[in-house]
Design a protein around this ligand. Structure first.
Ligand code: F6P
Length: 380
């Protein structure tokens, strides 16, 4: 009986459990395989003895509840890097050989890893070392992995963020304020862009389009002139936006923490000072990750998970599963990490946002000439 290993690495998100369920169902039903879950992401692999951090995934309990449940039942860690593991004495050590040895001790036919950009780069390096049959399933609410239109978790995160834009608008209206929503996305503005358009925000600030205070204030003035004393405005801010002036990312509050967060309150504070309107901010944070999977992430998890198992039994290792043009497929892990997918600033979403009057805080309005439609490459 062939054995398949499953691991989730990096930040959790919706859709991971749907994919785990699909791997278990396809593996056991389709191929009579044994499926082993590795707990706590890569951190689990360094622990001894290994059996403590693995468990057999069986068909029991894999009902609809797990299909929709957010997070990952396997647990995860954001420290996959086996080449630079932080030791108790504070030093970094290359434990990649131990990683490969411990995985091999499980007697797996292949290891399916669900990870984002960072995890996949490390998988690519592990693959280059040899000795492991790896397959990757893309997961990241940031949706910054190239070669796939979308990754697990993105859709559900956008749904949460869109609902939040809807909800802050009511308070903005009631109190005639500017309400700012800070969303995640690391270095990419996909969540902010999608939720800002779907929620009908007035301003969307994303790292790919640096903002200026003139650009933000002129949009606020435009709204003042339209709404008069019924003024209110909504702003969606991606966590790593940059200024046109000096390209600075986040305010002092988030410096040196090693992660983003805090830009929303800075933007609100500055809008209040510069425009005289009362402004408040809300940071959506991990609500975007822990949420129940929406229908798209349940479908994506099911399609990608079962397809990954098929790849194992076709012996197509070293690949990342993809979702492009409504089809599941695969590319090599190297190709997947060969470029980064930020927001296409000339793509159809940015064009559509400008066309309906949304400002990116860059002082530019809608283009006079309509963009050509039907270019699939401008997905984001
Ligand atoms: O990559 C996913 C993500 O949620 C980013 O959008 C965010 O910047 C980061 O992870 C937050 O990481 P942590 O949960 O470690 O603070």
């Amino acid at each position: 009986m062939k054995k398949i290993g499953v691991m989730t690495t990096g930040g959790d998100c919706a859709g991971l459990n749907a994919a785990i369920r699909a791997i278990v169902c396809r593996g056991i039903r389709g191929y009579g395989a044994e499926v082993v879950g590795i707990r706590y992401g890569a951190e689990g692999v360094y622990q001894n003895p290994m059996p403590l951090v693995t468990f057999d995934l069986t068909m029991d309990g894999w009902g609809e509840t797990l299909l929709k449940r957010g997070g990952t039942i396997l647990g995860s860690s954001t420290t996959l890097d086996p080449f630079r593991v932080l030791m108790d004495n504070g030093e970094r050590q290359d434990l990649s050989d131990l990683f490969i040895k411990n995985i091999n001790s499980l007697g797996l036919e292949a290891l399916i890893v669900m990870g984002g950009d960072g995890s996949l780069k490390l998988l690519s390096a592990l693959k280059a070392k040899g000795g492991l049959n790896l397959l990757a399933i893309p997961k990241t609410i940031d949706n910054d992995l190239a070669r796939t239109d979308t990754s697990l978790g993105f859709s559900s995160a956008v749904r949460v963020a869109t609902g939040a834009v809807d909800d802050i608008r009511t308070t903005a209206q009631s109190h005639r304020r500017v309400l700012v929503l800070e969303v995640m996305g690391r270095d990419a503005g996909h969540i902010a862009l999608m939720s800002g358009i779907a929620g009908g925000a007035d301003l969307i600030l994303i790292p790919e389009i640096p903002y200026s205070w003139d650009g933000i204030c002129s949009k606020i003035k435009e709204i003042e002139s339209q709404k008069g004393k019924d003024f209110y405005a909504t702003v969606v801010v991606a966590e790593s936006v940059k200024t046109q002036e000096d390209g600075a990312t986040t305010p002092a509050s988030s410096k040196n923490k090693g992660h983003y967060g805090g830009i929303g309150s800075y933007i609100a504070e500055q809008i209040e000072i510069r425009t005289g309107h009362i402004a408040r901010s809300t940071a959506l944070g991990h609500l975007q990750r822990g949420v129940e999977a929406d229908y798209e992430d349940r479908l994506l998890g099911t399609l990608m998970g079962s397809y990954a198992v098929d790849l194992v039994f076709q012996k197509k290792f070293g690949c990342m599963v993809t979702w492009t043009h409504g089809q599941v497929g695969h590319v090599s892990i190297e190709e997947a990490v060969s470029c980064y997918k930020g927001v296409d600033t000339k793509g159809c979403y940015v064009q559509a946002a400008r066309a309906v009057g949304i400002s990116f805080g860059d002082g530019q309005g809608a283009q006079a000439v309509a963009p050509s439609h039907g270019d699939r490459k401008s997905y984001s």
